[in-house]
Design a protein around this ligand. Sequence first.
Ligand SMILES: *Cc1c(COP(=O)(O)O)cnc(C)c1O
Length: 345
Amino acid sequence: MSLPIDLRSDTVTRPTQAMREAMARADVGDDQYGEDPTTNRLQEQMAALLGKEAALWMPSGTMANQVALLVLARAGDEVVTAGEAHAGWHEAGGAAANAGVQIVEVGERGVFTCEQFEAAIKPAGLPVFPATTVVEIENTHNRAGGVVFPQDEVVRICALARQRGVASFLDGARLWNAAVASGRSEGELAQPFDLVSVAFSKGLGAPGGSLLAGSRELIQRANRHRRRLGGAMRQVGIFAAAALHGFEFHRERLAGDHANARRLAERLAACPGVQLDLASVQTNIVVFHLAPGAPDAATVVAQARARGVLLNAFGPRTVRAVTHLDVSAQQCEEAAAQLAGLLAG
Ligand SMILES: *Cc1c(COP(=O)(O)O)cnc(C)c1O
């Protein structure tokens, strides 16, 4: 049998030959001494792109998010996010274990309004309440199906946050996808926030690495927390070169991933037993639910695997498929046909 069509995640991509060559060629130095020229170039380029004073390379998006909370909050504080945020669901309890914060989920389908945020801010000055110190927005939102957060609402939320002394953080692991889908630049999407994280290991196809951007002062503090968490590395330029290459050559092609996800979603939505809100399919992620009476997620994932299509079960009756650099339009058509076949049976 040919290799499976792997739609589990956009993290499964392997570096292309050209990316490997860029990595092999990279000028490197000791990043703990600030002497890795390629990492410095990446940090400068990304700070400029995101409209921030400074940026700091991180080994993973999870660490970037942990460091952001360590910088912006104190133990016992509260962080407001959309429902099913990566910070609360996919970081092994790190927000609580590392930053000591608790997460309050608001809104629906990965987004929330300024009014919903305001209602979640605990009154200041009363000793019974935790302090609400951070609002975190995930753009695009993974578990909601790659939805783009409406930027007008982002602007209102961050303005209110500033007014109320709440810091704002953008989990932009897939900010590239949000930019392509919305037609707004990464800089515009990042502008309202105090701190922003982006990932190179998803749609851009690098083997690893994320980055945190913000004011010089916040990034200086982030540097100490990165060290404390064990994330300070040495000849990081090998990774930074992959990130720069992915940024240069794999960003515009994301529109193709979005088109592939759209076609897959349309085929799936027409299948009996599949509940799929096509309005949620805005980028490269398709999250669908299995109605009562349809097979459960574990069964669908196992049957899809037997037909050469890899998916992720996201819940007992929820499945996720993600398009990326290593699956062609034709493979996505083939996957859609296989899934339609098994769901019809
Ligand atoms: C993938 C992801 C991250 C970071 O994940 P790592 O696997 O640690 O790099 C953070 N936020 C979101 C929304 C993600 O999808």
